[in-house]
Design a protein around this ligand. Structure first.
Ligand code: F6P
Length: 340
């Protein structure tokens, strides 16, 4: 058999270990793998490279993706969709493994509906894919954000300031939630909860009164009623580039105006998406990459390899798609136990 593999959407730590797992698991069963470059763009434009076991040596510890990625939507134009189908035929690909988040997996489902054998592997630092307990990339991103918060704590404490840390997260606040919980923030804002200025400022005031500094974590996607970013730029799937809105900077202005405390903000942006994958993400990516090959070899295409409890399972595309997996109420309840 011949496997194809691509990585699409925003990169995150764990993509390289997942590619390595696909190649090694396929090779162990006597099959070869071809990698398509820059996500769906590689299939549209017929850009590929062979992937032999020797090509994936050391990928268990490398950040980013050696295949490259893009936010290309292959089904935005029918002409592009036909090119994708033709490339798969030209390369005699029997099964495509599509590694990506919601957008990539939605395109993979469409390809499956058009008669191609596809298996999905969920990834995203946002942890917002349905049907899987965790996505790889998330734990690594949170480790970076918690490290940033700890550094901000030192300087906030020294200067007796409030500091706001803005992390990624469009509709789902998993990264902010985990950073706030693990890093001991005084207030954490996520898109799942409507912004309540009075309650928020109350938390900041209590922290300032108790120890003369305050730490806030916010998702970039929290709705403060701000207008779109100045450039109004959008990615290939039509999503607004949220970092331009500057939610963290706006919160800092509001804190300073309301409390009089000197306030700063930090936006760590794409720093969260780079670097070597944490061990948890290396293990999860390896299991899901190998799991995708196993599903294909068992004839179970049209599925997504996911983590359920301690087991890797295959679930239909429809179960993994249909909107972001947002933070569940029990997590929010836990988060607010630690509010100032
Ligand atoms: O991968 C999703 C995400 O991490 C979002 O949280 C964030 O808004 C977006 O990517 C940023 O994407 P880009 O790399 O296109 O700026």
């Amino acid at each position: 058999m011949r496997f194809g593999v691509l990585t699409g959407g925003g990169d995150c730590p764990g993509l390289n270990p997942a590619i390595r797992a696909v190649v090694r698991r396929a090779a162990a069963a006597g099959h070869e793998t071809v990698g398509f470059l820059d996500g769906w763009r590689g299939l549209r434009d017929d850009q590929s490279r062979p992937l032999l076991p020797a090509d994936v040596v050391g990928l268990e510890r490398r950040g980013g993706t050696v295949l490259g990625t893009s936010r290309t939507n292959p089904f935005a134009k029918e002409d592009d969709a036909n090119k994708v189908l033709a490339t798969l035929d030209r390369h005699r690909v029997d099964v495509l493994v599509a590694i990506g988040g919601d957008d990539t997996l939605t395109a993979a489902r469409e390809l499956h509906r058009r008669g191609k054998a596809v298996v999905g592997v969920p990834k995203t630092m946002d942890n917002d894919v349905r049907g899987t307990d965790w996505t790889f990339g998330f734990h690594s991103a949170v480790a970076v954000a918690v490290d940033a918060l700890e550094r901000l704590r030192d300087t906030a404490d020294s200067h007796h300031r409030a500091i706001v840390l803005e992390v990624m997260g469009r509709n789902a606040g998993w990264v902010a939630l985990a950073t706030g919980l693990a890093g001991g923030a005084d207030a954490t804002l996520v898109p799942e909860e409507p912004y309540d200025e009075e309650a928020f400022l109350g938390r900041v005031r209590r922290a300032l009164a108790a120890r003369r500094y305050a730490l806030v974590v916010t998702s970039e996607g929290v709705d403060l009623g701000l207008r779109r970013g100045a450039a109004g730029a959008k990615d290939g799937f039509g999503h607004e580039i949220l970092a331009e809105r500057g939610v963290g900077a706006e919160l800092a202005r509001r804190i300073q105006a309301a409390t009089g405390a000197e306030t700063r903000s930090a936006q760590i942006g794409h720093i969260q998406r780079g670097g070597a994958p944490e061990i948890f993400d290396r293990l999860l990516a390896s299991r899901l990459g190998a799991g995708a090959v196993d599903l294909a070899l068992a004839g179970r295409t049209g599925t997504v390899a996911v983590l359920r409890g301690v087991a890797v399972e295959g679930i239909p595309f429809d179960e993994a798609l249909g909107g972001a997996r947002i933070v569940e109420p029990a997590w929010l309840d836990l988060l607010h136990t630690f509010d100032a």
